[in-house]
Design a protein around this ligand. Structure first.
Ligand code: S3P
Ligand code: PEP
Length: 441
């Protein structure tokens, strides 16, 4: 674990340049760990993300009796799958603030049955899970709220699954549908499982990650668009042998933005044009703002091509990387509008409120709506101490405000409580300070 100070001071950097090896994708790491645990056979996972969110998943699996080993100090793990039969039927599981751990585990454990307590940090107990619990209890699972109804902590007991047709709402988080999809083969031994989405589905590209990884573990899902998903009977997860975790596309957004703001080129290695992560589409926003972007098989590079322009777009498909766009707007000419980002309010913090407050500290004029943010940048960014709300992305994206850029707006900044980056990227500030330079090379 890194030992960050209570705050970190960043001097305005005139130039951003260099190459960054990305840490593994959080979304792929936690899905792969769970699928490998449930599967038949041993899975060799390469380049797993080392962070708080994957740590809670690894620890939970260990408590559930899943045997895994880490190869030395490397990012490579071997997971011995349980072939659908849990070795341990009672456990108390700490889920931190990892949505990608608590939601899929809740579904899998509710279907497998046992006596499990799932809880997390205080903020986790404010993050909704009711739509997932309703879907599972609706087919006979036994999940009880031990705190506030609709939120963790949860107590899962052995229920009696009496139906294979589930309905789930998708307008609060796509992770509920992901959780049901991943758990579906566990109840599809004799009958197909059908999951219908009720109403709107947000964050759709994350469902593609789920389906892609399920397929690699041998399970096919038939789908009717985003409305209905069917898992044919008799499918089981089987280890694909080796699985390599892509670099994290959301983490890539900070470095690509740095290249777009402050000269560049900045190259990230670990994701490229064939990535299964929706957040690679962040490059479309960068290009729309006037940056030059090149994509390779396993890398992406961004550089400035004149001053950045404001953007007005719907960001529902890339809610995490969209936070980077909000800070990029400080370095653009004109007013930017981020639409359809209502899910920000139920993530690590209320990200719409937090973003508006911190952007205003820097001198921006910000209008905050229920599901949008309108950002007009200041002539010159004001020096300020940025609060991070225990939200890794607040800490990471605000580092970009210290860059000087073509419009020479950068200011010295203080980032309070920077250690929250450990949720997905413990080394973030080392990587950032390596590419942010004051010498014009
Ligand atoms: O499934 C996933 O891996 C994720 C889905 C998204 O959440 P929502 O579906 O709640 O928007 C995203 O914000 C989160 O960081 C990871
Ligand atoms: C929303 C996020 O996390 P989680 O997986 O906990 O939902 C995030 O990483 O931005």
């Amino acid at each position: 674990m890194k030992h960050y100070p209570h705050h970190l001071d960043l001097q305005p950097a005139m130039h951003a340049q260099g190459t960054v090896q990305l840490p593994g994708s959080k979304s792929i790491s936690n899905r792969t760990l769970l699928l490998a645990a449930l599967a038949e056979g041993k899975t060799d996972i390469r380049a797993l993300l080392a962070s708080d969110d994957t740590h809670v998943m690894l620890m939970a699996l260990q408590k559930l009796g899943v045997h895994w080993t880490q190869r030395g100090e490397s990012r490579d793990y071997e997971v011995q799958g349980i072939a659908g039969v849990l070795p341990v039927h009672q456990a108390d599981l700490f889920m931190g603030n990892a949505g990608t751990a608590i939601r899929p585990l809740t579904a899998a454990l509710a279907v497998l049955g046992g006596d499990f307590s799932l809880h997390g940090v205080a903020r986790m107990h404010e993050r909704p899970i009711g739509d997932l619990v309703d879907a599972l209890n609706g087919i006979g699972a036994d999940i009880e709220y031990t705190g506030e109804p609709g939120f963790p902590p949860l107590h899962i007991r052995r229920g009696h699954i009496h139906s294979h047709r589930l309905q789930v709402r998708g307008n609060v988080s796509s992770q509920f549908l992901t959780a049901l999809l991943m758990a579906a083969p566990l109840m599809a031994a004799r009958e197909p499982v059908r999951i219908d989405v009720v109403g709107e589905l947000i964050s759709k590209p994350y469902i593609e990650i789920t389906l892609n990884l399920m397929q690699r573990f041998g399970v096919e899902v038939q789908r009717k668009g985003w409305q209905s998903f069917t898992i044919a009977a008799g499918q089981h997860y089987r280890s694909p042998g080796v699985i390599h975790v892509e670099g994290d596309a959301s983490s890539a957004s900070y470095f690509l933005a740095a290249g777009a703001i402050a000269g560049g080129p900045v190259r990230v290695e670990g994701v490229g044009r064939d990535s299964i992560q929706g957040d690679v589409r962040f490059v479309d926003a960068l290009q729309a703002m006037g940056a030059a972007v090149t994509l390779g098989d396993n890398w992406i590079e961004a550089r400035a091509d004149g001053p950045l322009r404001a953007i007005d777009a719907d960001f529902n498909h890339i809610p995490d990387a969209a936070m980077t766009v909000a800070v990029l707007a400080l370095h653009a000419q004109g007013t930017s509008m981020l639409r359809n980002i209502g899910s920000w309010r139920v993530k690590e913090t209320d990200r719409i409120a937090a973003m508006a407050t911190e952007l205003r500290k820097l001198g921006a004029d910000v209008e905050e709506g229920a599901d949008y943010l309108r950002v007009t940048p200041p002539e010159q960014i004001q020096p300020a101490a940025i609060d991070t709300y225990d939200d890794h992305r607040m800490a990471m994206c605000f580092s970009l405000a210290s860059l000087d850029g073509a419009l020479r707006r950068g200011a010295p900044l203080r980032i309070n409580d920077p250690k929250c980056v450990a949720k997905t990227f413990p080394d973030y500030f080392e990587a950032f300070t390596r590419i942010a330079r004051n010498d014009l090379l």
